[in-house]
Design a protein around this ligand. Structure first.
Ligand code: FAD
Length: 475
């Protein structure tokens, strides 16, 4: 029997535009291997919501090609599978987490020991983090020049179609996905997620097509309005590599060309968001402590307030600020939160409550279906003001004004905080200011069926700015 070539699948659960699959398919029968490796350093074991997604995504992949599943340290498992199958080569896509390079070196060493070639490809990003440098040859710390350099680097390469391949049919031990306990059981908190999402390559392609058909034209003007469903909702598909950023880029460019100029602004905005993802990875690659340490070292001395009760109320969507609560409840139910609301909710935790940004980062890690080591860390640092190219610390979002500006008609808040449904628009984002008669008519009993505000925003803002002053001397 011909020896297989192994494709080690990671965050690249697709067949289209997949350099490693294309190269492997040309060499011989392919064995697709996925290793569930929970031996991740730090607290970065795949979180709960992502585990649900991973299960569904692996299930979807297995419908398109036979998949071997194993658990354990990826380098050790790969060494075992090489020995078990007598494979003639290993193919995989590069990753950029702080532990990825060491793991990939170990995998290469296992291939060397087995006397076979090890082939690593890009594709998770548009540009390798080393490829984009400023005029002095240094990595970028600021997004705008970084994005200009990416645009100047040219359009992504043409996409690779799904190659013809044969599946290796030799004996190899595979575990049962159902035994991995990636799905929640009791309680099953993923019911709403099952309704919202279709993990897998086909689901990703459909999301992109829907976005091009219905969202893109409105993207530039409405992407900040949570009630409008105009953003792509591709982040989890991109995270798991069910679609490549190049596929998204080319699809948007093709749509832009078709209508000659009408979509220019929308397309540019969208491509710039894809480049925020690139920038997050650029930062993570060059500053691997990004998920744990403030990029601006002076923030290491910030007088945080480790308030466990406040953190708990924030997590549960019980802060008394409707837009924050709506976002946190959307997150819990669906595994996603609109970007504008992520910024408001994160700012509230960090600046109003003075809870360390890493606490929010970890909650998002566990509850987001798009939880991503680079984008999550870079975004939390951005909101906290301690990041590379961050919102200044003294810019404190006012959750009432933000709610009134971006959820003017209250559609988003009424959906996720149903106890406020009957409150008139005028008071929806500030229920504590509603006269008792109005509250009563709306069926609201503050402190009983909806909380009083956890903190007075004006006072919280002053406290945050005073705390910032304490480190500013070194800023
Ligand atoms: C506190 C906080 C935490 C975040 N954590 C994550 C995370 O763990 N994973 C994640 O993918 N995004 C994260 N983001 C960024 C952003 O909120 C999501 O990428 C976006 O909401 C996903 O929705 P979409 O796919 O409809 O985005 P679209 O608006 O359609 O954007 C297209 C794609 O661009 C990328 N993108 C958009 N905005 C950003 C951004 N600010 N930073 C990096 N990439 C971006 C995503 O891959 C997204 O799918 C976070 C933002 C904040 C403020």
């Amino acid at each position: 029997m011909t020896a297989p070539v192994i494709v080690w699948l990671r965050q690249d659960l697709r067949l289209t535009d997949h350099a490693a699959v294309t190269a492997a398919a040309a060499q011989g029968p392919v064995l697709f291997l996925y290793v569930l490796d929970d031996d991740t350093p730090g607290d970065w074991r795949i979180g709960g919501a992502s585990r649900w997604w991973l299960h569904r995504s692996l299930e979807a992949f297995a419908k398109t090609a036979s998949l071997t599943l194993r658990r354990g340290r990826a380098d050790a498992v790969i060494a075992e599978v090489l020995a078990e199958t007598g494979a003639s080569g290993l193919y995989f896509t590069r990753e950029y987490a702080p532990w990825s390079a060491a793991l990939e070196r170990n995998v290469k060493a296992a291939c060397d020991t087995a006397g076979i070639a090890c082939h690593r490809y890009g594709g998770y990003l548009l540009h390798e983090p080393e490829a984009i440098r400023n005029g002095s040859g240094e990595p970028y710390r600021v997004y705008t020049p970084f994005s200009k350099a990416c645009f100047a680097a040219g359009e992504p390469k043409p996409l690779k179609p799904v190659p013809a391949f044969t599946t290796w049919s030799g004996p190899v031990r595979s575990e049962q996905l159902a035994n991995w306990d990636l799905l929640p059981s009791n309680p099953n908190w993923a019911e709403a997620m099952e309704e919202c999402w279709t993990p897998g390559e086909a689901g990703a392609r459909q999301k992109l097509a829907d976005f091009i058909a219905h969202g893109l034209a409105h993207y530039a003007e409405a992407r900040d309005i949570p009630e409008r469903d105009v953003t792509s909702r591709l982040s989890a598909h991109l995270h798991f590599g069910e679609i490549s950023p190049a596929q998204c880029w080319h699809a948007v460019r093709a749509a832009q060309m078709q209508v000659g100029g009408k979509l220019d602004q929308a397309a540019e905005k969208f491509l710039k968001e894809i480049l925020w993802r690139e920038f997050s990875y650029h930062l993570l690659h060059h500053w691997p402590n990004l998920p744990t340490e403030p990029f601006r070292p002076e923030f290491a001395d910030f007088p945080w307030n480790d308030d466990a009760a406040a953190l708990k109320a924030w997590r549960k969507g019980e802060t008394g600020y409707p837009i924050v609560d709506a976002g946190m409840r959307e997150l819990w139910a669906t595994g996603i939160m609109h970007n504008r609301v992520r910024m408001i909710a994160a700012s509230f935790l960090i600046k109003d409550l003075l809870v360390p940004w890493t606490a929010g980062e970890h909650w998002f890690w566990d509850t987001l279906v798009d939880a991503d080591i680079a984008s999550n860390a870079a975004s939390w640092q951005w909101v906290a003001g301690c990041g590379a190219d961050a919102a200044p610390y003294f810019r404190v979002f006012n959750p009432v004004l933000q709610g009134e500006k971006f959820d003017t008609r209250g559609v988003y808040v009424r959906k996720w905080v149903p106890e406020l449904q009957r409150l008139p628009d005028e008071f929806l984002h500030r229920p504590w200011e509603a006269p008792p008669m109005v509250l009563k008519a709306a069926g609201i009993d503050l402190g009983r069926n909806y909380p009083h505000p956890l903190i007075d925003h004006g006072k919280a803002r002053d406290r945050a700015l005073a705390a910032f002053q304490r480190i500013k001397g070194t800023a």
